[in-house]
Design a protein around this ligand. Sequence first.
Ligand code: DP6
Length: 326
Amino acid sequence: MSEFLTGHAKAHTNIALIKYWGKADSNLILPTNDSISLTLDEFYTETSVKFRSDLKQNILTIDQKQQPTNKLKRVNRIIKHFSDMWDGPKFAEITSDNHVPNSAGLASSASAMAALSGATMKATQTKLSLKELSSVARLGSGSATRSIFGNFVHWHRGHDHDSSYAEPLESPAEFKINMLTVVINDQPKRISSTNGMSNTAQTSPFFKEWTNTANQAIDEMKQAIKSGNFSKIGEMAENNAMQMHATTLSSNPPFTYFEPDTLKVLQIIQQLRHDGIECYATIDAGPNVKIICQNNNLNQIKNSLLSEFNENQLIVAHMGPGIKIY
Ligand code: DP6
């Protein structure tokens, strides 16, 4: 019997090229705009879920540390979503390990909630397509929707639970891009993505324009990915990230995720481009900069960064695979 109660999954994190920033429905986590991401090979979460009839609540251990039960709201939601559909036990013991380079400050709810959804689906013997699984992962964290699939992924904002899902995007087989992360600060961020997007949606006069612009960028970005147009992908991703961060500066009270070193990296990138070395920046809800680049320029970009940063602040990731459930 016990093998029917256990499931395992491994999911990789992703970085958005067109960002998700704003919720149309904060309970269902329906976003105000579609988003497009790249799944990364280097950072992932492995999770095991074991349903036990003796439990009265879920137990979560992350990287060998048991988590306080009042911190399990999103986890409980995913477990309940599946356990409501069966007659088996309602609570589970969950063990999760994050594989991120030491103190990179890049641990992400995306890989965690995707892996949890996959492992719970397996443990409860629920049969969902990956598309349906992506909608469930969304209930844990918006960006997790995209971590079900590998490489380039499109999350359709939708208008209800079933219509808000992710699907993989085709790109030419030989087309490869890298993401070089410059770790500027590895401490937990002061304003979470959840709170940051909610503050901007409520107070920034630019928020509506951000939403429209991001939605309008989707088709063009899809086309650039389909044809493997690196310059277009990079330019659009950098523009989109700066537009997202402009909404934080225009919020009331204003805030920013940037730190002085964030701007230093942006200046190095601009200088590199000026010198004919193609690379582009994207930044999430934190100070770390992710540099979008191709193999041929990687060493030169690293060398320029080494004038200001240490080797251990630079992490290279490549395109990564979709979820594995076992
Ligand atoms: C800036 O997925 O962490 O990384 O849905 O509230 O859990 P919740 O937010 P989350 O937000 C991610 C925001 C972002 C952009 C992106 O990944 O698209």
